[in-house]
Write a protein that binds this ligand. Sequence first.
Ligand code: FCB
Length: 453
Amino acid sequence: MGFRKDFAWGAATSAYQIEGAAGEDGKGMHIWDVYTKEPGKVYEGHTGDVACDHYHRFREDVAIMKEMGLKAYRFSIDWSRVLPEGKGKPNEAGLAFYDHLVDALLEAGIEPYITLYHWELPYALYLKGGWMNEKIVEWFGAYAALVSERFSDRVTHFFTLNEPQCFVGLGFLNGEHAPGLKAPLRDTFQMAHNVLKAHGRAVQMLRLYARKPIEVGFAPTCTMCYPATDDPKDVEAARQQLFSMEDLGNWTWNVAWWSDPVLLGHYPEEGLQKYEAYLPKITDEDMKLISEPIDIYGQNIYNGKAVRMGEDGRPLVVGRYAGFPKTAIQWPVTPQCLYWGPKFLYERYGKPLYITENGMSAHDSVSLDGKVHDPSRIDFLARYLGELKRAAADGVDVRGYFQWSLMDNFEWACGYSERFGLVFVDFNTQERIWKDSAYWYREVIRQNGENLA
Ligand code: FCB
C-alpha cells in the first residue's frame, strides 16, 4: 500500500513570492514591500514588485498546473491586498483577484488550499506593533472571517500560518527577513504567544463564517531529525531530539514549542523551564484559544539531522561527512526526513498530515536545446517521495504533498538567485519553461506514486 487514492498531489507558492502587482488595484503595503527597498537587505536589491507577474498571468499559470495534472494547489492570500490597512475596509479588487484564481482552479479540477499568512504582515499593523500588539489576535481573526466568508463556499482547506519558526525567528530574532529586527528575547516570546493566539482566533473565525464544513490547520516547519541507524535506541534518540528545545539564540527553530500548544493544549515542560526568564504571562484562557481544535496538520519539510543515542543516554547529532550532498541553497539532501518526520509527528499529534512544502533549489538554466534539464531535482524528489510513500505504507495518515514550488520565484532574502520551481521562469520576459522535473512529476501524479521506489 502506498498513497491513498485521493492523495492531494500539489504544488505550493506564496503571494509575495509570485504575484507582483505590488502597487496595483488598491493593494496596501506589507513589511516585505518595505523591507526589500532598504539597501543591502536582499540579494542584489531584488524585490517582489513584479516577481512572476502571477497577478496578471494567473490564467496561464493555472493552465500549466492543469497540464501538469496537479490535484491541489496551495497559495497564500496577501493580507494587505484584501485589507490594505490590515483591518477595516476590504479592497474589493484584491478580493476579486483571489475570486478569479479560485474559480479558475476549480474549473481546471484543482483543489485550492489557502494559507492566510505567508509573511505579508500589513505595514499599517506593523506600525501599531504588529505581532507584539495583542490586538493582532482580533485583527487576524477579522481577516480570517473575511477570507472564510468570501471563499469557503468554494474552498474547503485552510492553513492559518506558514512557518511561525521563520517569520518570528528570521524576522525578529536574527533579523535576516522582514522587518529585519533583532528584538529582545522577551519580545520574541511575547510575539510567539500572540502568534499562536492569533492562530486560534483565526481557526474560530474561519469556522464561524464558513459557508460549508471546512478543514483547518497550520503549516509550521522544523529541521527534522532521523535516526542515524535502524537501532531502536537511535530511533528513540531522534524522536527525543526532534521534540527537544533549541538553545535561546535559535529558540524559534523548534517543533514542540509551536505544535504542542496547538495540538496538545500546553507548552512543553522542558521549554517552560528552559525559557522561563523570558516568557510572557500565559493563562488557561490563552491555552484554550490556542488549542482550538484543528482538522489537519501541515508541515514544511526540507531536510533533517541524523541523530544517534550517545553513550550517556542522551541524543547526539551526527556530523555530516565532507562532501555531503546538498542543494544550491546549501541545504543538505536528507530524504529520510520525509519518512521519519511524518512518522514522529503523527505518533505525537495523531492528526491527518499534509506535507505543505518540500523541494530544492538548483542552478537551473536554459540549455542549448531550449529546455531546462534538472536531473538533480528529479533525483531529489524521487528519493524524498519514496520515503514519504514508505511512511504512508507504514500507516501514517498523510493526505497530500505540495512540492515547493510550482515555479521559480522570489526567494526572500536570496531574491531570484535561488530557483525552486518545477517550471523555470525567465524573469526578463516572464516566459515559463517546463523543467524536466515538471514532466517527471506529472507522471508520478498520473501513477499516484506507483512508479516511486
Ligand atoms: C520555506 C518558505 C517558502 C520558501 C521555501 C524555500 O521556508 O515557507 O516560502 O521560501 O522555504
